[in-house]
Design a protein around this ligand. Structure first.
Ligand code: DAT
Ligand code: MG
Length: 136
């Protein structure tokens, strides 16, 4: 029943020195970091990663934002970690994300075209498998 998910610490999280804080929350919950790399992603990688959003108004700003600095990619492992990390991350919009979550505690609206919300987490088993192959 053990599974893995892709967690990304986005450029805003890396710039704000929140790598340790995000990993701390994952580890305190009881999940294990099984792979980790810090990289500047290519546009090609991001286009594949965010293929489902192509054509949406925030797509270009999203890619520009994700290209603006280093990203930390993490394979996080544990029972029901896909659902569990989404719960730790909180909802997409940091203004509305519940206090206690990564986005709710550490994020806010900065008035940018794309929501900057610190982390990505795969949203299903299929996404996790697809995304982990892209990033590792
Ligand atoms: P999530 O990251 O919670 O899975 P998503 O997959 O729907 O959210 O969108 C990917 C990212 O794009 C999200 O983290 C922030 C940004 N985004 C989503 N919807 C947006 C919107 N309506 N306006 C601006 N940015 C948005
Ligand atoms: Mg998503």
């Amino acid at each position: 029943m053990t599974e893995s998910t892709l967690v990304l610490i986005k450029p805003d999280g890396v710039k704000r020195n929140l790598i340790g804080e995000v990993i701390r929350r994952c580890e305190q919950k009881g999940y294990s970091v099984t792979q980790l790399r810090k990289l500047t992603p290519t546009r090609e990688l991001l286009a594949q990663h965010y293929a489902e959003h192509e054509g949406k108004p925030f797509y270009e700003p999203l890619l520009e934002f994700m290209l603006s600095g280093d990203v930390v990619a993490i394979e996080l492992t544990g029972n029901r970690v896909i659902e569990g990390f989404r719960s730790l991350a909180g909802s997409t919009e940091p203004t509305a994300a519940a206090p206690g979550t990564i986005r709710g505690d550490l994020g806010r609206d900065w008035g940018t075209k794309v929501v900057q919300n610190l982390v990505h987490g795969s949203d299903s088993k299929e996404s996790a498998e697809r995304e982990l192959k892209l990033w590792f």
